[in-house]
Design a protein around this ligand. Structure first.
Ligand SMILES: Cc1cc2nc3c(=O)[nH]c(=O)nc-3n(C[C@H](O)[C@H](O)[C@H](O)COP(=O)(O)OP(=O)(O)OC[C@H]3O[C@@H](n4cnc5c(N)ncnc54)[C@H](O)[C@@H]3O)c2cc1C
Ligand code: SF4
Length: 476
């Protein structure tokens, strides 16, 4: 708890983000930290609710509620309110090995379940987490802590996103020799080459990976296991944990899909990050371009913000679903995650720059126009109606609403259908969403590869449980 009457005395306040005109000029973070006084006041709003849901991390009918990592939120809130920052941080790091990342990119499942949110505004939990994480790094509380002794057992972790990093960290701490294989040129998974720099600065991911490296984890990058590194290389390990993510994108199957100028979201975002890391930000590769993003979700929003920073002079976003309600619907009560309409940072920037919300709801692409020489020249769209069939509810284009608009680039951000299949095939195993163990003895899986596309906090939490299974197996 914070202060007994804090929630009555103080309003919820979060940091004031940089205005759109300033932030679209560069690729820097735009969400500043709050001051110590502001954070202590916000922590004071934690109300000693008796049965807190913020840290419960449960899923009801497919909708999450509370922090999947089980962060000890009421405890750190109270310690922050009392000014005991290091003790508060020590509780945060007990459950969350990637706090500098979650405190910037997590949608804050905890806040959706905060008891204050039942009748008012939730505690600004993510801001408090960010404050503790920043302070810990500044004050040197985050230092490499290698295990005191190693056992005579080794584990290969394939993939270095939040799940691979979390599992590698835990298994290393428990004394196993851990080698992480990563097909990209450096570790981090979607933390590095998915989420844009302005949301998660890449030096923070590198700093975290450096600590893990100094603690004894070996990283082997630029090796695509099952393609350019034969799976027989894994035979020398006592256990293998597959954390390869849900890298198979949901693709578009309309005419013109393969024209030059049509790209999948993640390679597009990764290329943008590589430019930022190389300091190559002066050139605006989309200067004067008209970009259509297909997919109105978080990845689509990142594509909008990235296109704007690359110089696009028009960005629209097609979303096949109807807009979510402004307020919680009756079937989506507290403490479940509120499924409400949000206007995210990229959409805010598009509204500021172009004068209107880039999203068009209940609309789909029916064809992409252009030719091999000119590339994309336009897109044909249609509104959809959702009809109930034997296969469930499906979107049906309404022919009379077909229309064409100019476009030079189409970015496909329609989500992911699951893990890529070449690695399980090379290992001759099958994955089972309901278990960490695969069909092959000694090989386990975690994160988005096991669960399907998810969130950083969930991938990290999933990996914690998988690491326990691996330890149990190796202890046999
Ligand atoms: C554009 C985008 C933005 C997102 N933004 C957010 C956000 O703001 N907040 C949030 O909570 N979640 C966000 N997510 C979701 C979140 O990033 C993922 O849920 C999370 O990263 C999954 O972690 P993971 O470790 O399971 O997989 P990943 O992060 O996908 O990591 C898998 C890693 O495995 C590597 N790999 C795969 N196969 C092999 C192989 N055969 N050999 C070697 N290496 C291999 C890949 O290169 C990759 O580095 C976003 C997702 C995307 C696509
Ligand atoms: S990791 Fe996410 S859900 Fe958990 S406390 Fe932090 S912001 Fe909340």
């Amino acid at each position: 708890m914070g202060k007994l009457t804090g929630f009555l005395e103080y309003d919820r306040r979060t940091a004031e983000e940089l205005p759109c005109d300033a932030r679209v000029q560069n690729w820097d973070a735009f969400h500043p930290a709050q001051s110590e006084d502001e954070i202590c006041e916000q922590a004071a709003r934690c109300m000693n609710c008796g049965v807190p849901f913020c840290h419960a991390g449960v899923t009801w009918r497919g909708v999450g509620s509370g922090c999947s990592l089980g962060n000890l939120i009421p405890e750190w809130n109270h310690l922050v309110f009392k000014g005991h920052f290091e003790e508060a941080f020590r509780r945060l790091e007990q459950t969350n090995p990637l706090h500098e990342c979650t405190s910037r990119v997590c949608p804050a499942l905890c806040e959706g379940a905060c008891t204050n949110g039942l009748n008012g505004e939730p505690v600004a939990i993510r801001e408090i987490e960010r404050f503790l994480s920043d302070m810990a790094w500044e004050k040197g509380w985050v230092i490499p802590r290698p295990p005191k002794a190693y056992r005579d057992k080794s584990v290969a972790v394939i993939g270095s996103g939040p799940s691979g990093l979390t599992a590698a960290h835990i298994l290393n701490q428990r004394g196993f020799h851990v080698t992480v294989f990563e097909k990209s040129e450096e570790p981090g998974g979607l933390l590095m080459f998915g989420i844009p720099n302005m949301k998660l600065p890449k030096e923070l991911v590198r700093r975290r990976v450096d600590i893990f490296r100094q603690e004894g984890i070996e990283f082997v990058c630029g090796k695509d296991v099952g393609k350019d590194l034969p799976v027989s290389e894994l035979d020398r390990f006592d256990a293998v944990l597959l954390c390869g993510g849900a890298g198979q994108p949901r693709d578009l199957t309309v005419s013109g899909r393969n024209l030059p100028g049509v790209r999948l979201a993640v390679p597009f975002l990764a290329e943008a990050t590589r430019r930022v890391l190389a300091g190559d930000t002066e050139e605006k590769p989309l200067l004067g371009h008209k970009v259509v993003v297909i997919g109105g979700g978080d990845t689509g929003n990142d594509c909008v913000a990235t296109s704007i920073r690359m110089g696009a002079n028009a960005v629209v976003q097609l979303e096949i679903m109807p807009p979510a309600p402004e307020m919680r619907a009756a079937g989506n009560p507290w403490p479940r995650w509120p499924l409400v309409l949000k206007t995210d940072y990229g959409q805010q920037e598009a509204i500021w720059l172009f004068g209107n919300d880039p999203r068009t709801f209940e609309t789909t692409a029916v064809s992409i126009l252009g030719d091999e020489t000119s590339g994309v020249t336009g897109i044909e769209t249609a509104e959809v109606e959702w009809v109930t069939t034997e296969r469930g509810r499906i979107p049906k284009p309404i022919e009379s609403t077909r229309s064409r608009q100019e476009a030079t680039d189409v970015l496909i951000a329609m989500g992911f259908v699951g893990a890529e299949t070449y690695l399980p095939e090379a290992l001759q195993l099958t994955l089972d969403r309901s278990a960490y163990a695969t069909s092959r003895k000694g090989v386990f899986t975690a994160g988005d590869m096991r669960t399907g596309q998810s969130l950083v906090v969930r991938a990290s939490a999933d990996a914690k449980r998988a690491a326990e299974e691996v330890e149990r197996y190796l202890g046999e």
